[in-house]
Design a protein around this ligand. Structure first.
Ligand SMILES: O=C(O)CCC(=O)C(=O)O
Length: 303
């Protein structure tokens, strides 16, 4: 997979058939820049990311079991978090109530990633309404999503490259950088679960592009989802540690979690430590940071 020369343009949404009017949407709360990441930056960043060994998480755990009638399930893709790790089974950060014991301190951003985040931070301050940027806002959390196909034991490919509609509840603008095959990203209006969601805006997220969204409309009112990821030729990433999985798109979503809500795992209640311990053990096999996290549990008398 190769990068292209940088060129910047503002968001030009492709209207979905039947989508509601998008007038006024492009200039407020939403930015899209194709070729934001230069080929040299891309290469360095992907080299940094090749060190990580992403994991597959289950949605629920012993102390956070599925609600009645809801099956336990594995997430659709391997993930890796930096800054803080929001384990699915601890539930994701969701202020105002869901702020405690959701964000486990994780590894810092590597150098190239931090340099891009610094650039993005400037773009946000230059382009977003200050009222949409909370005090103390910084992009201190990164979720790396690996999109592609599961390889079944019989060799069959099962395409799982999608994300259902949801909101990111971390306060302030969220930024996302994409690599690999392009993804169809949609903002949707969803009134209730019985009714079909309406696509309000959609955008193909290309290799090396940047998308930033914030404000009431894109962050608070609309949901977003990844509808599909192109499957053109055999353009796959190599060198990622994703056994039985073929990655054809990589996405980094940068978010803000107030520092006081990010805690070392040793300070979490014992039962939550025990729910995530198998993941931390797995991570510790390739990460000094998580090896230390594991040791700290033993020293603090945790599980
Ligand atoms: O992959 C993407 O473009 C978006 C991912 C996303 O919606 C999320 O991480 O919350």
């Amino acid at each position: 997979m190769s990068g292209r020369r940088p060129s910047h343009r503002s968001f030009r949404p492709n209207r979905a058939p039947g989508a509601r009017s998008t007038s006024g949407a492009s200039s407020s709360g939403l930015i899209y820049r194709e070729n934001f990441v230069t080929p040299a930056q891309r290469e360095r960043l992907l080299d940094e990311v090749r060190h990580y060994h992403p994991i597959w998480e289950m949605r629920f755990s012993e102390h956070n079991p599925p609600p009645p009638g809801v099956p336990q399930r594995r997430l659709l893709r391997p993930v890796y978090w930096l800054g803080n790790w929001q384990f699915a089974c601890l539930n994701y950060y969701h202020p105002p109530k869901g702020i405690e014991y959701r964000c486990v301190r994780a590894e810092p951003f590597p150098a190239m990633m931090q340099a891009l985040v610094d650039e993005i931070t400037e773009i946000v301050h230059n382009n977003f309404d200050p009222r949409d940027i909370p005090r103390g806002w910084e992009l201190n959390t990164c979720l790396i999503n690996y999109y592609g196909s599961q390889i079944a034991p019989d060799g069959k490919r099962i395409d799982v490259a999608r994300v259902g509609e949801h909101k990111d509840f971390e306060p302030g603008p969220v930024a996302s950088i994409s690599f690999g095959q392009r993804a169809l990203f949609q903002f949707v209006a969803s009134e209730d679960k019985q009714k079909q969601s309406q696509v309000v805006l959609q955008q193909w997220l290309d290799d090396s592009s940047l998308q930033i969204f914030g404000g009431d409309k894109f962050k608070k009112r609309l949901f977003h989802r990844v509808q599909r990821v192109d499957q053109k030729d055999d353009d796959l990433f190599e060198g990622f540690h994703t056994p039985e999985f073929e990655t054809r798109r990589l996405n980094f979503t940068f978010r803000y979690v107030p520092r006081e809500h990010i805690q070392p795992l040793a300070r979490f209640p014992r039962e939550l430590q025990s729910d995530v311990r198998p993941y931390v053990e797995e991570l510790s096999r390739h990460s000094d940071f998580f090896a230390d996290t594991l040791k700290s549990l033993l020293f603090s008398g945790g599980v």
